[in-house]
Design a protein around this ligand. Sequence first.
Ligand code: NDP
Length: 240
Amino acid sequence: MKKLVVITGASSGFGKEMAKLFSNAGNPVLLLARRIERLQEMNLPNAMCRKVDVTDLDAFEKAVREAEDRYGKTDLLINNAGVMLLGTIDNQNPSEWKTMLDVNVMGVLNGMQIVMKDMKDRKFGTIINLSSIAGVQPFGNHAVYCASKYGVRGLTQVARAEMSPFNVRVVCVEPGAVGTELLSHTTSDEIIEGYEAWKQSVGAINITASDIATTIKFVYDLPQSVLIRELIITDTMQDA
Ligand code: NDP
């Protein structure tokens, strides 16, 4: 049997496409999200589905250990779960800032700590963290989302340097705008409409979640000695 792939945020968007891709390629997968019914209804082979909030370190670790008992050690962790609550600093409810920082940054750190020690000991393994092009350059109404994604990029760069001597790959993926459920949790209708109009105006129209999943699998499928450290991936026509 192929090696275990752990995917957070597998109930929608990129995570769901990656779940299908890796499972169909023969990897056992641990699929994590809060909406477990969405994970189960995919009915994928060799898939363990667990209702886990990535901010809950204990629940996250328990699910990973359970999957490892069944399928062997985690070879790939994809820290994909994330939320984007757009808003302006002067106006946004601070509870939205906390949600973004907790899920997008603490959730990634939780996942890394759960698998890193074993990977280091085994001198093998891959961790792929989802940052964003909003972790590379600023966008209006994105202050705290940018903070979270710059944070993911920064911590991933440091972890990459720390894990390289142990032959463990740590990768930062920075997608541009792709149509998923991500925007739907933003609470300002005006900002949602503005974002949709911006997406059209910059040309982020054709790229799909499946394209992101295929690219991430390509990065993983390279030999362990080959590391794509960072990857900005956008619609060809996205000009911002
Ligand atoms: P979606 O909203 O479609 O999917 C987000 C996933 O994260 C869902 O499966 C959701 O599951 C899960 N999730 C959210 N909060 C938690 C939590 N607390 N615990 C566990 N799971 C959680 O978004 P995308 O697929 O677009 O986004 C995936 C990643 O890619 C995110 O990190 C996002 O920031 C990043 N990204 C997306 C871009 C885009 O344009 N789409 C661009 C750049 C980066 P559930 O609600 O069931 O828990």
